[in-house]
Design a protein around this ligand. Structure first.
Ligand SMILES: Nc1ncnc2c1ncn2[C@@H]1O[C@H](COP(=O)(O)OP(=O)(O)OP(=O)(O)O)[C@@H](O)[C@H]1O
Length: 295
């Protein structure tokens, strides 16, 4: 069996009196895409910072690419790339110059850095803008460049902290396709996101973190099945969703939900029956709006 790319056991982290990570256990197989979802302040960035050796854990064992994040920091750093919410590029340079500079900083010869820059410009669809200053780029182009910079030297594990925050749908999808291509090449990808569709589209495994604990973990389908089957959705006269009731998907279950509602719902209430989404999972785990079945 190959060693998991990321292995976390019993991880705890406090800032002062605040417990930010409270007994995290996770294992991410090599070459897979793992998405960490959670509300603001849940501890996602702190976890990425621990995995990338920027912050030390208090207790527990954390290994990345087989290296311990405390005792073998250099091994971890040689194995990872970290792309943050804010692109770490020099705006006054062009994309080609940024990539070449990063290659040189990481020890490539001038010729090798130039060749790698050209490969990445093609790969990330930045050839036509290669010689324009980055400050003239759109958000999507900057994110693609950020991702390209993180791949100048091959690293087996890539951390993406909210990689598509603020991007329009088109740019987001373009970046998803790049991320999936990197995964297909065997790169392990650990990403945090606020977009549930992003996790649904990209991730082999999703974990939901709340209050520093992993509240649920599994494939998108596994998580969806935990909130039941068909959801009965009630809309008011303004077509706003006023209630969502998970059911077991059977005729009996749905009829029972509808019978109960028929007695109490105001006139004009409309009903829609739909499959659960990842949003339902997220809401169920992070609020009390829907109940998660314990199975
Ligand atoms: N260096 C620090 N010192 C003190 N408290 C911190 C520090 N870093 C993070 N925190 C606190 O830890 C908690 C978790 O923060 P973290 O940034 O990890 O959450 P997050 O899930 O990434 O949230 P967001 O989605 O808002 O970025 C927050 O309450 C935050 O204020």
């Amino acid at each position: 069996m190959t060693t998991p790319a990321i292995e976390i056991s019993g991880l705890q982290k406090r800032f002062g009196k605040q417990v930010v990570l409270d007994g995290i256990n996770l294992s991410v197989p090599t070459g897979s895409v793992f998405a960490l979802l959670g509300p603001n302040g849940a501890g996602k960035t702190t976890l990425i910072h621990i995995l990338s050796t920027l912050v030390a854990p208090d207790t527990g064992s954390v290994r990345v690419a087989g290296y311990d994040v405390v005792a073998e920091k250099d091994g971890v750093r040689r194995s990872i790339s970290l792309t943050g919410q804010f692109a770490a590029v020099d705006e006054t340079l062009t994309a080609e110059e940024n990539l070449r500079m990063m290659g040189r900083l990481q020890g490539l010869s001038g010729k090798a850095a130039r060749e790698r820059a050209n490969e990445l410009l093609q790969y990330f669809d930045l050839v036509t803008a290669a010689h324009k200053r980055v400050k003239t780029y759109s958000g999507g182009m900057r994110r693609r460049l950020d991702l390209a910079i993180s791949m100048v030297v091959y690293r087996p594990v890539l951390f993406l902290d909210e990689p598509t925050t603020g991007l329009d749908t088109h740019s987001r999808r373009a970046l998803w396709s790049n991320i999936l291509q990197l995964a297909a090449q065997g790169v392990t990808i650990f990403l945090t996101t606020q977009y549930l569709e992003e996790a649904d589209q990209l991730a082999d495994t999703i974990a939901v973190i709340t209050n520093g604990r992993i509240a649920a973990q599994g494939t998108a389908e596994e998580l969806k099945s935990r909130v039941g089957n068909e959801v009965v959705e009630l809309r008011n006269e303004k077509d706003e969703i006023v209630r969502e009731i998970p059911t077991d998907g059977s005729i009996h279950g749905i009829r029972k939900a509808l019978e109960n509602l028929a007695k109490t719902a105001p006139a004009g209430t409309k009903v829609n029956i739909r499959r659960p989404s990842l949003d339902d999972v997220f809401l169920a785990l992070t609020t009390t709006k829907m109940e998660v079945s314990s199975s």
